[in-house]
Design a protein around this ligand. Sequence first.
Ligand SMILES: [Cu+2]
Length: 136
Amino acid sequence: MKYFIGFLVLLALALAGFFISQNKGEDTLKGDVPEQQTVVSPTGVEHRIVLTKDGYTPSEISISAGDKIIFSTSPEYGKLHWPASNIHPTHSIYSEFDSKVPIEAEKTWSFVFGRVGEWRFHDHLAPFHTGVITVE
Ligand SMILES: [Cu+2]
């Protein structure tokens, strides 16, 4: 009988723990969606920004929400690249807009811009190369 009561207590604790963690999960999900987040479907439109030894070409571009930008380097650039949102080094202004890892010179990194705004960016490995992407 003692064991049976012990078992019931454990079961009750386990159930309580389960429901508490369920609730926590929901709250976290709600809190994780930034207020300025615009949920848009990808438009399928692609733009290209090339990093050259003189900087990004183009360094300013206007696109529609849901458009994709493909970041690459010119053949003479020949170095790793790392496109990222300002502000260097935390990239917190638009934290998803960040390749998070160095990209090999001949490889591209692309990102679909779902948030309307004027997004300044830079190359994380050569932060003097900067640009601005306007998403409308
Ligand atoms: Cu950076």
